[in-house]
Design a protein around this ligand. Structure first.
Ligand SMILES: Cc1ncc(COP(=O)(O)O)c(C=O)c1O
Length: 407
């Protein structure tokens, strides 16, 4: 693959060598994959890394294969550390972003009356976790208001930080239900100034936008490898800051990998983020994830983050211009998730018609985003999420399909 960010006034060089990237991605010959917010298409080197490890497990045994591949396993941490701008010891593997999030929450000793300050666009499962904490521990959940143009009002959120002194501040970088990109660095600056614990869900942004945990100023950051990083399924990670590690935060249920059982009545947590991991690992998937991060870094987060939202904007604008189709994404900054309401159609039927044209999409429903969809007054929408390896031609194909299906 070739990275070329230089451009002349007359003939701009392409940001990426699309032909090579698509040749590396067998799925692009089969489908128009606009469901990267669900799961990205695997690149061949990632697929091979997973398959080779499974083959080794079959040949020499699962534990023995893991021992033979310690370097590749270690590269999961070094690659993510490079991607996020932290040390390998700040990274824990997790089987999903939700599991990483719950494990981080479990480390916070919430008490009755503690405040969790979140945004109206935090991910559904995070909101459910907050509600569960409210049910069990009596915490109070406060949602910062949105700006009229969409996205959280950071100044209002900062005022709530000062007046309510939350036990935790939470924000989802890009929600599952719209293309909104929340200003997580601005929120983080206030958290650092006030020394508040800050948890960021970067599940939809990792692999799509550059992430720098030092600039974000977060204490925890969660992500998946299967979406815009294009890794295998059931892989994710948790970043844990040095502050949190030094302060002794540990998950409620720590296991023999996360801690040493030092005496019959005591244990010592691991000094690194590995205290948030479990002993059992899907080694093939971990090695595949390391390869996916390596691949994304080789393609380059800078060109990826310029091409991907541009492709999405092109799609969003064209769909919004069609009669009966309404783009729903709002906010000062938008990413690669495009959500549209389609008038007078049934969700499953509409998606099935896209499936029949080999166009991969997803549906979102009111209960995925009670606040956002309530504000927008929609019960469901179609979500389309291109990635850098999709083409302008594919955007035209999707628009043509919508034109035909909404006629
Ligand atoms: C914003 C956001 N956070 C978290 C998740 C959960 O990720 P996982 O399915 O890996 O638990 C998703 C999944 O769609 C998401 O969109």
């Amino acid at each position: 693959m070739r990275e070329n960010t230089s451009a002349t006034a007359t003939t701009p060089e392409p940001l990426l060598d699309l032909e090579a990237l698509r040749a590396d991605t067998p799925g692009t010959a089969q489908v128009v994959h606009f469901n990267n917010a669900g799961c990205g298409l695997l690149a061949t080197p990632v697929l091979n890394a997973v398959l080779q490890h499974l083959e080794l497990e079959a040949q020499i045994g699962g534990y023995e294969a893991a021992a033979a591949r310690t370097d590749q396993v270690r590269s999961f941490y070094t690659e993510l550390a490079e991607l996020l701008n932290c040390a390998p010891g700040n990274v824990a593997f997790a089987g999903s972003a939700t599991h990483a999030y719950a494990t981080a929450l479990s480390a916070i000793p919430f008490e009755r009356g503690d405040v969790i300050l979140a945004t109206r666009n935090d991910f559904i499962s995070n909101q459910l976790a907050f509600l569960s904490l409210r049910r069990r521990f009596g915490v109070e959940i406060v949602h910062a208001p949105d700006l009229p143009e969409g996205g959280v009002d950071v100044e209002a959120m900062a005022a709530l930080m000062r007046s309510r002194r939350p036990r935790l501040v939470a924000a989802t970088h890009i929600p599952t239900n719209s293309g909104l990109v929340q200003p997580i660095e601005q929120i983080g600056r206030h958290c650092r100034e006030l020394e508040l614990l800050y948890l960021v869900d970067a599940c939809q942004s990792v692999g799509q936008l550059p992430l720098d945990v030092a600039r974000i100023g977060c204490d925890f950051l969660t992500g998946t490898c299967r979406k815009f990083l294009r890794g295998p399924r059931a892989t994710g990670f948790l970043f844990v800051s040095d502050r949190v590690l030094a302060a002794g935060y540990e998950p409620l249920f720590i296991d023999m990998h996360g801690a040493r059982w030092t005496t019959p009545g005591n244990y010592t947590p691991s000094p690194t983020a590995s205290r948030f991991e479990e002993w059992e690992f899907p080694y093939a998937a971990v090695i595949g994830s390391a390869e996916a991060v390596r691949y994304a870094r080789r393609v380059g987060l800078d060109p990826i983050s310029r091409r991907t939202p541009d492709l999405a904007a092109r799609l969003r604008n064209q769909l919004d211009a069609l009669p009966g189709v309404r783009a729903l994404d709002r906010g000062r900054r938008l990413g690669a998730l495009v959500t549209v309401a389609v008038e007078g159609r049934q969700p499953q039927e509409f998606k099935a018609a896209l499936d029949a044209r080999r166009i991969n999409s997803a549906l979102s429903f009111r209960e995925f985003a009670q606040y956002d969809f309530g504000d927008k007054d929609v019960d469901w929408c179609v979500r389309l999420s291109p990635h850098y390896y999709n083409t302008e031609d594919e955007v035209e194909q999707v628009v043509a399909a919508f034109r035909e299906l909404t006629r």
